[in-house]
Design a protein around this ligand. Structure first.
Ligand SMILES: Nc1ncnc2c1ncn2[C@@H]1O[C@H](COP(=O)(O)OP(=O)(O)OP(=O)(O)O)[C@@H](O)[C@H]1O
Length: 924
């Protein structure tokens, strides 16, 4: 930077230069008048990326590149910079400084300072936030590796990691402790937009996280907190209510440290903006059904593996929720289903209630459709944001919540009367809705709703928006014409020019002044009512003064005006017949005159005009005071509003599952504490939909894993439906533990603690890992982590290498799952030898799909599973279907012929040799 005696850039540019140095990893947007500007090299780099014209301002220090856009387009450009380009953006806002400090700051009218650094994980209320997804910021705190970790694994899977993640747009704040091995699935499940790591993180963990986030294009930020962590009690200034003492001890050191860094980072980014987050909730591992990363992606739970889009995913297929926050809850439940029997059964009970009463469901959905995204609106107020529109939406959501509570209450009363149960009878019967009813707390919120209804003038608010839209349209039109070579200081005056040109029509200006919209009802406070009366009186005085002047001066076009440049003037549009001599007796002072117009000052009007302006100012101040009181009321009710909203979300999800179950004829699963699976007539929820769209039907299949058969080895032709079968059973299990009905005619499911898949959807070649390496990494993780309560699906393990090696690895995996993990397993393979090698395993059964051929060579896949082994892959049929050239097909056929001839020759030589040994004895 130049020294004080060296030439400087003009003030705005000099300030920008300093801010760019201070926030050196950010793109700086500086507000100047009605525009946001980029300067210097950032204008050149980002101008073209944002499709902005780059201009040059001539300064003593040479030309400075600059680019800009109107202030109300900030959201649009932030989206590109933050969400699409993953950049940090520092927003430097402009503040009017008062007259007394004017002299000191060299006559400047504005002060500018960076008010916020926007990053992908610290979005608050930006319009481009996806309403159907949480916008999580995740903090990781690895704890030192355990000294006696005897696994010998260089990646140290047992190392504990504390996680803390929050969504600034809803205030959701969660923590969890996991083992290092579960890191990929945790990150995939939480799907954070940004991850922060300690600045001194070890290189191997950083690389691992980098690999995971690189794949999903998430942003990784290293952050060194500015203060040391002492205790969770110091978080209370950032929370809506303190973390209670007992809870404090339940959080692990890693969770607390991760949470501390998270809050420190957020404060840093929001430049000290007051935070009122929800107190952290701990997600205990044993409470959720853990789904590994490969399953989350491979089973296409939230998005499809092919294009990362929602359509085709489980979420998309089952989403019937009608609110945005309900959809977010659904996402969360699908990626973290419950592992608590009680919770699952409560959820299912609720779905059954809505299924049994169509009327109740419809009435509820009617209410839900009329609520707004309360979680996000409430959070705006928690961050000292939120405007009159937000508070109106909140009030109407409260009305719907009250109506919902009354509806549910009526249903409960009716059914308890019908069944002879009531609270006095002392019996323990509880209606499924009772649990939710008890969570509603509507007293405070109802009072807030009434206050809002009596204070805010919806008509006035609408009118205000219309005016704002007009104003924005004018600035946009002007921005179109702006030539960026003009100095930034010049830009400040441009909006004024717009304003004056827009208001050149005297009549129109006068009307706007008189109809300035107020957003509060006059009766909102006694003071406001009095102030409005005062203003009405003054306006009546103005009308009388104008009347008398028009009469005395014989000037019917006379208007009393107030202009920013000239102050209070009397203006005559058509001076024909005007009595000029009268002006002197009125002590008027001429401002301007032309052939037909006259403008002059008149003490009476100047005094009255000032009083009118003051009265309007007083009204504005009183409106602001009333709004501040309403805002305060929202803050006082934060906890209740959030709790009520969470009940509505739960109702949304339950009624949505009921709608889905009815529409798709799904059944209620019986979830129990056992370790068996009995799914009759199971269907794949998304493949079935896809086939039906093409006019094809889906063949249902059964799965029975019990004390006789714990592992199913599935063989069959390519395209026979093996993968579909494996996946559908994993999805049915996930749906059941989410609390949904399932696509089957009967389903009994023993509670599962973890779902693992090796289904080959993630060949991360770019990560420098071969297909086989990825396969082995995933298999290793499964074999290490699966318990006897887990559900594992393995699709063609070993396919990435030679048949011999593949068979060996496949056998070893199966063996480990069978004898060590002892978990429910579905194992699909083309290595038929595996069926022979596991023939003696009592709890392993072989099932297969098939191909049906007729004598004319036509064939069809039989997707129904039957007991047995199918040694035919029918790969050439699939190749033919895929359109392999006939010559290539012929070659393939002759090779196949040759191989089978060789095989039968060697079989006749010595059949004992060819028979694979039984390995069960070796397995011990
Ligand atoms: N139960 C079913 N009913 C009807 N169609 C099915 C069924 N299962 C699978 N299909 C159809 O068959 C296609 C192939 O299924 P899938 O990928 O499960 O076969 P696969 O046996 O795993 O094949 P490969 O061994 O080649 O991987 C699916 O895309 C679907 O269109």
């Amino acid at each position: 930077m130049p020294g004080d005696d060296e030439p400087q850039y003009p003030t705005v540019l000099q300030g920008a230069k300093q801010n760019m140095a201070k926030f050196d990893n950010c793109v700086l947007l500086t507000r100047v008048g009605n525009f946001y500007e980029l300067y210097f090299e950032q204008a050149e780099e980002y101008g073209p990326l944002l499709s902005l014209k780059v201009g040059y301002k001539q300064t003593k220090l040479g030309p400075v590149p600059m680019a800009g856009f109107p202030f109300f387009q900030l959201d649009r450009f932030l989206k590109t910079l933050v969400q699409d380009l993953n950049r940090y953006v520092a927003i430097c806002d402009e503040f009017l400084i008062n007259v007394s400090s004017k002299v000191k700051s060299g006559g400047l009218k504005h002060d500018r300072r960076v008010t916020r650094v926007v990053t992908p994980g610290t979005l608050i209320d930006e319009k481009f936030l996806d309403p159907y997804e949480n916008n999580f910021l995740l903090s990781l705190q690895p704890l030192p590796p355990v000294a006696n970790d005897s696994s010998g694994d260089v990646r140290g899977p047992e190392q504990s990691i504390g996680l803390a993640w929050l969504d600034l747009s809803t205030g959701d704040f969660l923590t969890q402790s996991i083992n290092r091995g579960a890191l990929p699935s945790a990150i995939t499940r939480i799907a954070p937009r940004e991850i922060i790591l300690p600045a001194d993180i070890s290189a191997d963990i950083k690389n691992e996280v980098q690999e995971i986030v690189g794949y999903d294009h998430r942003l990784l930020t290293l952050h060194q907190e500015t203060s040391h962590f002492v205790s969770m009690s110091e978080w209370s200034t950032m929370l809506e209510s303190p973390v209670d003492q007992d809870a404090d001890s339940a959080f692990s050191t890693g969770e607390k440290q991760a949470g501390h860094r998270l809050l420190d980072y957020v404060q840093h980014r929001l430049q000290g903006l007051e935070l009122r987050l929800q107190p952290p909730r701990q997600r205990e591992l044993h409470q959720i059904l853990s789904i590994d990363r490969s399953s989350l992606r491979g089973l296409e739970i939230l998005e499809t593996a092919r294009d990362g889009l929602g359509r085709g995913s489980l979420f998309h297929a089952v989403k019937r929720t009608v609110t945005k926050s309900g959809s977010r809850l659904l996402r969360d439940r699908l990626s973290s289903p419950s592992a608590s029997l009680e919770e699952i059964n409560d959820r299912l009970e609720l779905v059954s209630t809505f299924l049994e009463s169509e009327d109740l469901k419809d009435s509820l959905i009617f209410r839900l459709r009329r609520t707004y995204d309360v979680q996000r609106i409430v959070q705006k107020f928690a961050l000292n944001k939120g405007d009159a529109d937000d508070i109106l939406s909140l009030a109407s959501a409260i009305t719907e919540t009250v109506a919902t509570r009354d509806l549910l209450r009526a249903v409960v009363t009716l059914s308890s009367n019908a069944s002879g149960h009531n609270s006095e009878s002392g019996t323990s019967w509880e209606h499924p809705l009772e649990r939710l009813l008890q969570r509603f707390d509507l007293e405070g919120p109802s009072h807030l709703r009434d206050r809002v209804a009596s204070a805010i003038d919806e008509e006035g608010l609408l009118q205000k928006h219309r005016l704002e839209e007009d104003e924005a349209a004018s600035v946009a039109a002007l921005a179109h014409e702006v030539v960026l070579q003009s100095a930034p200081e010049d830009l400040q005056s441009l909006p004024k020019a717009v304003r004056s040109s827009r208001k050149s029509d005297d009549q129109k200006k006068d009307e706007i002044e008189l109809t300035e919209p107020w957003i509060m009802r006059r009766e909102a406070s006694d003071t406001l009512l009095r102030l409005h009366e005062e203003l009405s009186n003054l306006e009546a005085e103005k009308v009388a003064l104008a009347e008398s002047l028009r009469r005395d001066l014989k000037a019917p076009t006379l208007m009393l005006k107030s202009t920013p440049g000239l102050g209070y003037i009397c203006h005559i549009r058509s001076a024909t017949g005007f009595k000029k001599d009268k002006l002197e007796s009125l002590h008027a002072k001429m401002v301007s005159s032309s052939k037909s117009t006259r403008s002059f000052y008149l003490t009476d009007w100047t005094r009255l005009g000032r009083r009118i302006d003051q009265a309007m100012l007083n009204i504005r101040d009183e409106e602001k005071r009333i709004f501040a009181a309403l805002r305060e009321l929202v803050i006082q009710n934060l906890v209740k509003l959030r709790r009520n909203a969470s009940v509505m979300d739960e109702l949304d999800v339950a009624s949505a599952f009921a709608t889905l179950a009815k529409e798709q004829s799904w059944v209620r699963p019986l979830v129990n504490n056992g370790t068996e699976h009995r799914i009759i007539g199971g269907r794949h929820p998304t493949v079935k939909l896809g086939l039906e769209e093409q006019g094809r039907s889906f063949v249902s299949n059964n799965l029975v894993l019990d004390q006789n058969e714990r592992v199913w080895l599935v063989t069959g032709p390519n395209m026979g439906g093996k993968s579909t079968f494996l996946r559908q059973n994993a999805l049915i299990t996930i749906l059941a533990q989410t609390g949904s009905y399932v696509p089957a005619t009967y389903a009994e499911i023993g509670l599962v603690d973890q779902i693992f898949s090796r289904i080959g959807a993630a060949d991360d070649l770019f990560r420098d890992q071969s297909t086989f390496m990825v396969e082995m990494l995933e298999t290793a993780a499964i074999l290490k982590q699966a318990t006897s309560r887990s559900f594992v699906i393995m699709d063609e393990v070993g396919r990435g290498t030679t048949p011999e090696d593949g068979t060996a690895v496949g056998y070893a995996s199966l063996h480990h799952l069978y004898y060590t993990n002892r978990c429910r397993t579905l194992f699909a393979t083309h290595f038929h030898a595996l069926a022979d090698m596991t023939r003696d395993w009592p709890l392993l059964a072989c099932y297969c799909t098939d191909v049906l051929e007729d004598e004319r060579g036509s064939f069809a896949f039989v997707h129904r599973l039957k007991k047995g082994i199918n040694r035919q892959s029918h790969a050439l049929k699939v190749a033919k279907l895929a359109g392999l050239p006939p010559t290539a097909l012929k070659v393939a056929e002759s090779v196949l012929q040759h191989i089978s001839e060789k095989k039968s020759a060697s079989l006749t030589q010595g059949s004992a040799e060819a028979r694979p040994p039984s390995m069960s004895a070796a397995a011990g």
